[in-house]
Design a protein around this ligand. Structure first.
Ligand SMILES: Nc1nc2c(ncn2[C@@H]2O[C@H](COP(=O)(O)OP(=O)(O)OP(=O)(O)O)[C@@H](O)[C@H]2O)c(=O)[nH]1
Ligand SMILES: [Mg+2]
Length: 279
């Protein structure tokens, strides 16, 4: 859909992970945008989970609903020219009184732009939107206009964050997420959903970070898949994750990764807490 891509585009850094696979985001990720006239704190939520049933998924759905009760306004992201059952499930969660701006995303993929107008018209009938803005989160098209549409709904008050703060999420959690993104991007269709990342060590020495991470997989066969032939897959995962971490943290990262089999973590409350998925 593009929620996380949009958050990253607004903030100007990759703080929320992105992959072509659905249900990539598991945590609420905040992104802070500061402009001369306003400061906006965005909360990127998991997509509404419909396909798998687990304690983790129930928790993710609660996170979506709870967020919608807390915010001053919402940006609802749909894909241009597509409106499906999953979108209807999200629509049902939107509180009636909440100001909602509809972001019609991926317009870079719509070659005949005149097809957008009837789609916008159909969407406008579903609810009284504060605005409907066609965007491309990937290319950045109209993302400024989207921000303009949401700013009027922000309450008056002093700035809550410094100008260069971009998230309230800890470095530890961001590191775990960036590594988890590689599982989604570099491994098959099933494995990422049964996997998680735990950070065992996160030490800062000046600009340098020493990070020891454990990739938890749900099945013993998955461990070999993560490591790959001659360790090649794990090496690619580690390199890509380290590069993302160095870009985000702005310094060198030593990243050590272990792979462990732990079946049932997605049903285990203690594990979910340790992973940061439960309070
Ligand atoms: N062409 C195109 N692709 C996009 C755009 N925005 C996002 N994508 C792609 O769509 C896919 C999903 O994007 P995400 O940002 O992870 O979507 P999400 O809504 O956060 O998804 P979940 O966290 O899984 O609910 C990725 O492959 C993105 O690169 C866009 O504007 N144009
Ligand atoms: Mg996401």
């Amino acid at each position: 859909m593009g929620k996380s891509t949009l958050l990253n585009r607004m903030v100007g850094q990759k703080i929320s992970i992105v992959s072509p696979k659905p249900q990539t985001t598991r945590l609420r990720i905040t992104g802070i945008v500061t402009r001369a006239d306003a400061q906006v704190v965005f909360v990127d939520t998991p997509g509404h989970q419909t396909s798998h049933r687990s304690a983790l998924n129930r928790m993710m759905n609660r996170a979506v609903s709870a967020t919608l009760q807390e915010v001053n306004a919402a940006i609802w992201v749909v894909e241009a020219l597509s409106f499906e059952e999953g979108d209807k499930a999200v629509e049902r969660l939107l509180p009636e009184e909440l100001p909602v701006v509809l972001a019609i995303n991926k317009i870079d993929r719509v070659s005949e732009k005149q097809r957008l107008l009837p789609f916008i018209g159909l969407m406008a009938e579903r609810r009284k939107f504060a605005a409907l803005v066609p965007i491309s989160a990937a290319k950045g098209t109209q993302v400024g206009a989207l921000l303009d549409a949401i700013v009027p709904f922000m309450p008056e008050g002093p700035e809550l964050f410094g100008k260069d703060e971009i998230t309230t999420v800890s470095g530890r959690v961001l590191a775990a997420e960036l590594l988890r993104e590689k599982l989604f991007r570099l491994l098959g269709d099933e494995l990422p959903y049964g996997s998680a990342v735990e950070i065992e060590q996160f030490e800062e020495e000046g600009d340098l970070r020493r990070i020891r991470a454990v990739i938890l997989v749900g099945k013993s066969g998955h461990k070999a898949m993560v490591i790959g032939k001659g360790g090649g897959k794990l090496k690619a995962i580690a390199t890509s994750a380290r590069q993302d971490m160095e870009r985000l943290f702005g310094g060198k990262v030593f990243l050590e990764i272990w792979v462990k089999v732990r079946s049932g973590w997605a049903e285990d409350d203690t594990a979910l807490k340790r992973l940061g998925y439960a309070d």
